[in-house]
Ligand binder design. Sequence first.
Ligand code: PLP
Length: 370
Amino acid sequence: MGVPLLDLSLQYTQLKEESDALWLDVMSNAAYIGGSKVEQIEKEIADYCGVKHCIAVANGTDALFLILEALGIRRGDEVITTPWTFFASIESIGHVGATPVLIDIEPGTYNIDPLKIEEAITERTKAIMPVHIYGQCADMDAINAIAEKHGLVVIEDACQAIGATYKRKRAGSLAKAAAFSFFPTKNLGCAGDGGCITTDDGKLADRMRLVARHGEAQKYVHTTFGTNSRLDALQAGLLSLRLIKLDEWNQQRRQAAEYYLEKLVDVGDLEMPVERDYGKGVYHLFILKSAKAPEAVSYLHEQGIGSALYYPKSLHEQEVLREIPNFKKPTLPVAEDSASKTFALPCYPGITQVQQDEVIEAVRTFYSLA
Ligand SMILES: *Cc1c(COP(=O)(O)O)cnc(C)c1O
């Protein structure tokens, strides 16, 4: 039969009537950018995350850049973050001219290791940027305590983690500000690019909004050099429809993950993903670790099953980082040992047990042959 790594069509078919009506509504009103639909989703996301402000922007990369910009992080400053993420996390630090300082991750969760943060702090350090990788929150109490002790600000890259909880609070409300992406494959995705920022800080929110709208304080009065980063009405409307379903969809991902955890626990050299008891992850990806990951991925492809390495390389190994002033390539044993050994199995809302059984059977067969 075959099982895809991700099936996005379900998010459309489950809300087909509403989505089609929305499309016609936006087309006939010809109000494409900004307006009430964008204001509405900003309010809904702020309420959902439990924060005062949400600023809709064009994508998750812009969200990170705008946060760093508004915090005044500039050339010569250092931001401590993880090499185990999508490139945008580090790219945004480079975009404001600052230097990313990459430290090692925890085995099992693949999140930034709080125990490694303090030794990386220098007089130039301004911020810590944890990434809630694969949909599980980083250990935010530990990170916030270090930040407070050293007078640093904490920024969440929550792009993979909308709906994840940490001690009953939601991702997006756990630090100074957080970035979300609505790229179609994310847990809350739109029909194109989209993103937002959440924060409780009203002054910071004003600055980010200003910079995202060409620095235009009043009509034709530009008080800073900004950029253009907006969410359009169609995406905003679609996100409002899908946000209502998000908890149910995240729960379906968790159930699918639990089924794999139960059925694959003693197969080959597979290491299961670790869930920390401080919160509930949303399984943006279900990740296994194995020395034979590349061969397993190829075998699964031959069987028609979607799988991919996440990530084939730790970002501290990217050559382009040499272009960043003062970047020092670190040695990071856990991240280096995880590269090309971690791979994803199909885990998305709507996946059936029959499909999961097919995946499990193929994984078992591969490891019995291997
Ligand atoms: C997707 C993602 C981003 C970037 O979001 P875009 O909307 O694609 O710009 C940033 N960080 C992480 C961890 C991501 O997964």
